[in-house]
Ligand binder design. Structure first.
Ligand code: CU
Length: 200
């Protein structure tokens, strides 16, 4: 394929586009703001592209559905299966349900410096979850499982807040995470539940 003619054609199109753009009667101030807007959009697209290509920061690629109206009948998210669980391979999964106006369970204890998989579902409306001082934040859309894998680098008390307005009690919607040193943490004595995260 001849690249030179293609390059010339592209340059000619660009020149024509620029000439047409210049010929449009637009106020100088407006032109300035259009240019600034285009630069900002270009900057954001550039940041997203660099993050996606070099830092592997991508939107969730997995779509997993769940029936929000019958979570109590769902084997994975039934009340007795919520909280921290360790599977046969030693992987830790935390299952939580978000509902107006709390996360269930209200308090969990996890080890630091350990890979944790959080799985949230909503029992009613759209919620969000944000853990300040970490990069963990996601939406919990009714009908879908929101999954995040993360690690807490050091022990401490972390609040888990709802960051999507879900109703009048939204600002009271939070839970606590106690992160203990790895050697101090004791796995809860419960049988592991078969869920999507354990099937990997
Ligand atoms: Cu909320």
């Amino acid at each position: 394929m001849q690249l030179e003619p293609l390059k010339q054609k592209c340059m000619q199109h660009l020149r024509e586009f620029y000439a047409q753009w210049r010929a449009i009667p637009i106020d100088k101030l407006e032109q300035k703001w259009i240019t600034i807007s285009l630069i900002v959009i270009g900057l954001f697209v550039g940041i997203i592209t660099v993050d996606a290509l070099f830092h592997s920061v991508n939107p969730p690629g997995k779509i997993e559905t769940v029936d929000s109206a019958s979570l109590h009948l769902n084997e994975e998210f039934a009340e007795e299966n919520l909280g921290v669980q360790v599977d046969a391979k030693g992987d830790i999964t935390i299952r939580m349900v978000a509902g107006r106006y709390s996360f269930f369970p209200k308090h969990i204890t996890v080890p630091a410096e350990t890979r944790l998989t959080f799985r949230w579902v909503s029992m009613d409306v759209l919620h969000g979850v944000h853990i300040p001082m970490t990069n963990m934040s996601t939406m919990i859309v009714p009908g879908y499982v929101a999954e995040i894998t993360t690690t807490f680098p050091k022990p401490g008390e972390y609040p888990m807040l709802c960051n999507e307005y879900c109703g009048l009690g939204h600002n009271h919607m939070w839970s606590n995470i106690s992160v203990l040193a790895r050697e101090d943490w004791v796995a809860p004595a419960r049988l592991p539940v078969e869920g999507a995260a354990n099937d990997k």
